[in-house]
Design a protein around this ligand. Structure first.
Ligand SMILES: [Zn+2]
Length: 403
């Protein structure tokens, strides 16, 4: 079946008709007939579907995931990437999610790329939660890391997520460079992306020495110009998730115990991050200050030529108001970090696709790519508010929203 999108003012490319067949864009130019025609002349801008390259699937909440993936698609975010499956179930969450994903492979839902479980330090950050539930592979040796990577990719995961840090009690042993290198090399050998959680500038060198190609987050304390330059030189990319710094914390799975803010072991408390004896770079109580420093890190990274992509670090839709919608907050913060409007749009589309190694099929309106196309009534300006009202959505060649 041929679907024609007439008079599309393609963002950054001028007006044209877009021909879609079997879920793919097969022509951009001037066409008259098709089995189904949608006139887009009333829309100010036609853009590729957006891509949130950092969110989290929590398998205990399948129904929320289902609702979230539908809400994302309706909001014009047609692709998302899960960056580490949390769980409140004893079974292997990656397999649960991959089986569930099969059932939602339809245009009504955003497609969810996933890394499955974290590949983590044994008894370190993202291996076990405070209630003992395992959220990751606990690697005792570099070989454990490589084995975990291969198991996840064999299982059907799209990429790998690892983490460096001292955990919420500030006392966990950070993963060593040799393990990170084994993880990065195994992922590279499988041709998949490999992203490392990092919030502390002190760990940037280790990640660079280990050859980790992507940072999940940007540290919230100051990264030196020298380290940022090394990131750029090594082609390291980043999802800064700036909007997550001031976002309300997600709810913990049933039974999980989190140290209280300011309490013993909690952020800002004795023994906790930023606390008197936390032994960790300050996780400042002042979230605005933290955000400003992070924005400055991103600004300098961008200025040096570093590539960033949009990610929100959202988890469950009930608790976090910015979940499962167009990440306008993040777009605004990237603009604040010095990206132009066009560069912000690229961060939310083609750059995200590049980080996920799917830019051959997603991220721009081009012949041969998947027909993930959105349209907005108002022109896109530096407020990005036009994007919070996406009135037309085609996902994988099917119109799922239209005024
Ligand atoms: Zn995250």
């Amino acid at each position: 079946m041929k679907i024609l999108l007439k008079n599309a003012k393609i963002y950054g490319a001028g007006q044209a008709d877009i021909l879609v067949e079997d879920g793919l864009i097969t022509g951009i130019g001037s066409y008259d007939t098709a089995d189904e025609v949608h006139d887009l002349s009333a829309y100010a801008a036609v853009l590729p579907g957006f891509f949130d390259a950092h969110m989290h699937i929590v398998t205990g909440d399948i129904e929320f995931n289902d609702r979230a993936l539908r809400a994302w698609a309706q909001a014009g975010v047609t692709s998302v990437r899960d960056m580490g499956i949390g769980t409140d179930k004893p079974t292997h969450p990656t397999q649960d999610f991959l089986a569930y994903r099969e059932t939602i492979e339809n245009p009504e839902c955003a497609h969810c790329y996933t890394c499955g479980r974290f590949v983590a330090q044994y008894h370190g950050l993202n291996h076990v939660m405070s209630d003992g539930a395992e959220t990751g592979y606990g690697c005792k040796t570099p070989q454990d890391g490589a084995d975990a990577v291969n198991e996840l990719i064999d299982m059907g995961c799209d990429g790998i997520k690892t983490s460096i840090g001292r955990g919420m009690n500030g006392k966990q042993v950070p993963i060593e460079e040799e393990k990170l290198r084994a993880i990065a090399e195994a992922a590279k050998a499988r041709g998949v992306w490999c992203s490392a959680h990092v919030l502390d500038a002190e760990f940037v060198k280790t990640l660079l020495d280990a050859g980790i190609p992507e940072f999940a987050h940007m540290p919230t304390d100051r990264v030196s110009d020298e380290d940022l330059q090394r990131m750029v030189d090594q082609g390291v990319t980043c999802t800064p998730t700036l909007c997550s710094i001031q976002a309300p914390p997600p709810p913990m799975p049933a039974g999980a115990k989190m140290p209280k803010m300011g309490g013993p072991g909690g952020p800002g408390g004795p023994g906790g991050p930023g606390g008197p004896d936390g032994g960790m770079p300050p996780m400042m109580a002042n979230k605005q200050e933290q955000e400003d420093i992070c924005v400055d890190n991103v600004a300098r990274f961008h200025k040096l030529g570093g590539m960033v992509a949009v990610g929100t670090d959202t988890m469950r839709m009930e608790s976090q108001p910015h979940v499962a919608r167009m990440p306008v907050d993040e777009l605004k913060l990237l603009y604040k970090a010095g990206l132009s409007i066009d560069e912000v749009i690229a961060a939310g589309t083609i750059n995200a696709a590049k980080l996920c190694k799917v830019d051959g099929e997603l991220g721009s309106i081009e012949v041969g790519k998947k027909a993930n196309i959105i349209a907005v009534k108002n022109p896109v300006d530096e407020s990005f508010e036009a994007l919070s009202h996406v009135e037309f959505v085609m996902n994988r060649g099917k119109v799922i929203r239209e005024l």
